[in-house]
Design a protein. Sequence first.
Length: 143
Amino acid sequence: MRNLMIVALILFSGIASANNSTEITLSNSKEAYKSTAGKQKKKPATFRGNLKIYLKQNLQYPEEALIKGLEDTVFVTFDIDIYGNIMDPRIAEPGQIFFDEEALRVIKLMPAWNPATIDGEAVSGCQILPVIFRLPEKHHSLK
């Protein structure tokens, strides 16, 4: 009887250690997967230079909007290819046509961006840029 208990104990400990090693193996596999995915370095596309200065120098306030005292923010969506070129600019939500047209004009004239990267390799991606039209201070005081 005692021998039977020793054999049962040995078998049970063998099963338990097999289960533990399986759990450890699975745990190590998950950790290896997480660490591989976690090491992936992603960088978004960036404008080469100062975007605010570019917009300030190139954006022309629409005359009709200036006369009417209108302001708006236009969201322009565009793709950036692996070379940083702007592709297919479009208005996310159409509004006043004169604001939309001016925002598209300025985006189409933009120089190439630094493309997005994953692990140092350039990838294409989508960008959404708000183009803000605010009246100059002297027009605010006339309202």
